[in-house]
Ligand binder design. Structure first.
Ligand code: BGC
Length: 450
């Protein structure tokens, strides 16, 4: 039986990055420091002592990078804006030079026929706001709306697709509960408050957009489907908790105006009674939702795991990426169909999907062969197509990532790029996956046919 993987005619193909991971020059042209600038310069926090000081030097090489996008035939580019470039103190004074960088980037993209898709917050909170309590301060919703308003006014004429936040779960789980990401806190009491304020901020940003913007705005969640390790009741309950904690904690207040009851069970006395009125703010109409998908988790009850009492189980005979994630493409189909069932027929984008695998050093003018990454992409695109066939309103896909970049506290060693980056010389080299993705785009998926 042959199967056609041609995608809908208006399907949108793109690639994604984020500011701190690629830009470099984090303090240039009057920018204020972000919490990632601080975290990366705190001894012991980053693998290999890596920082975003230079990263892919995209702040200075963005024109060349837009050419790389053009060579792939990208229709869209998803990037994030560094809040502290635009408002060095987080609120108040606008730094025009910082805003100008994004303005130039957007112009360059449009000149090359690539649609800009801007995320307002991809984890790099201005350090000055962290000094005022960061996401633990309820005023953060107002700070965010103020910043969003400045950016909308400057760019909405040219940027037609916006997201408020990228993956708030990672911000709170990594940054406030386990301390492995900025700002490096470890508190069961703080994590729910930061989570709630992030979603209040997202709501306030969407409200600001309705007053100032003319196009589309949404929010981006990471979704990792959870499957029980056995049919034992305790594993099923642990799976339910893991599912609520990671996949519903943020989408529920945004789209349903409530929290799943499991969160109170997980956090116990640390789960606050949030004012009912807050959900009017968190639940704002969105034009789309972006979903980031990398892997799944098979879950087992584990009383030693704080605070979830659930832990992932490694699967035998499966391929794992360099970040330790099982390659499980069916999870992408399952996640997209689950999302539609729970939250309704909202237009969806896969705003990130990709894999870190070891890449050998590259020789001059060579295309780097990366069969594991190409296989990952191929499988996930097919899985995405199956979701569309099942009726999911999926509008587009952004590969993570355009370039090898700073994988946060894991440093530069984890390479997710379509283009290989030699961080000593800044030379970009296309990987075979980039060539393959260009064919996918050129044939609107038909190259996947079997
Ligand atoms: C984030 C990216 C990150 C990627 C791979 C997502 O969690 O949005 O910034 O690099 O996954 O880990």
């Amino acid at each position: 039986m042959t199967h056609s993987y041609r995608f809908p005619a208006d399907f949108h193909w793109g690639a994604a990055t984020s500011a701190y991971q690629i830009e470099g020059s984090p303090l240039a042209d009057g920018a204020g420091p972000s919490i990632w600038e601080r975290f990366a310069h705190t001894p012991g926090m980053m693998a290999n002592g890596d920082t975003g000081d230079v990263a892919c030097d995209h702040y200075r090489r963005y024109r060349d990078d837009v050419r790389l996008m053009r060579a792939l035939g990208l229709q869209g580019y998803r990037f994030s804006i560094a809040w502290a470039r635009v408002l060095p103190e987080g609120t108040g004074r606008v730094n025009q030079k910082g805003l100008d960088f994004y303005s130039r980037l957007v112009d360059e993209l449009l000149e090359h026929g690539i649609e800009p898709n801007a995320t307002l917050f991809h984890w790099d909170l201005p350090a000055a706001l962290d000094d005022r309590g960061g996401w633990l301060n309820r005023d953060s919703a107002d700070w965010f709306a103020e910043y969003a308003g400045v950016v909308f006014k400057a760019l909405d004429g040219r940027v037609k697709r916006w997201s408020t936040l990228n993956e708030p779960w990672v911000v709170t789980d990594g940054g406030y509960l386990h301390g492995v990401l900025a700002p490096g806190h470890r508190s069961k009491y703080e994590a729910p408050i930061a989570a709630h304020n992030l979603m209040r901020a997202s709501g306030a940003g969407i409200q600001a957009y309705r007053a100032l913007g003319k196009h589309e705005i949404g929010v981006v969640f990471n979704i990792e489907p959870k499957y029980p390790a056995s049919d034992r009741a305790e594993d099923i309950a642990a799976t339910r908790r893991a599912q609520a904690y990671m996949n519903e904690q943020f989408a529920d207040p945004a789209l349903l105006g409530s929290y799943p009851p499991e969160l109170k069970e997980i956090f116990g006395a640390a789960w606050p009674d949030f004012p009912e009125d807050d959900f009017k703010l968190t639940r704002q109409p969105v034009d789309f939702v972006g979903l980031n998908y990398y892997t799944r988790a098979v879950v087992r009850h584990d009383p030693g795991q704080y605070p979830l009492r659930a832990s992932p189980v490694r699967q035998p005979n499966k391929t794992y990426t360099e970040t330790g994630w099982e390659v499980y493409e069916q999870g992408l189909t399952d996640m997209l169909t689950w999302f539609r069932q729970r939250y309704g027929d909202i237009p969806l984008y896969v705003t990130e999907n990709g894999s870190a695998f070891y890449d050998p050093p590259v020789a001059e003018d060579e295309v780097l062969d990366d069969p594991l990454r190409t296989g990952y992409l191929r499988k996930h695109l097919k899985a995405m197509h199956r979701a569309i066939e099942a009726g999911v309103n999926l509008k587009g896909y952004y590969a993570w990532s355009l370039l090898d970049n700073l994988e946060w506290s894991l440093g530069f060693a984890k390479r997710f790029g379509l283009y290989h980056v030699d961080f000593a010389t800044q030379k970009r080299t296309p990987k075979a996956t980039a060539k393959f993705y260009a064919q996918v785009i050129a044939t609107n998926g038909a190259v996947l046919d079997d």
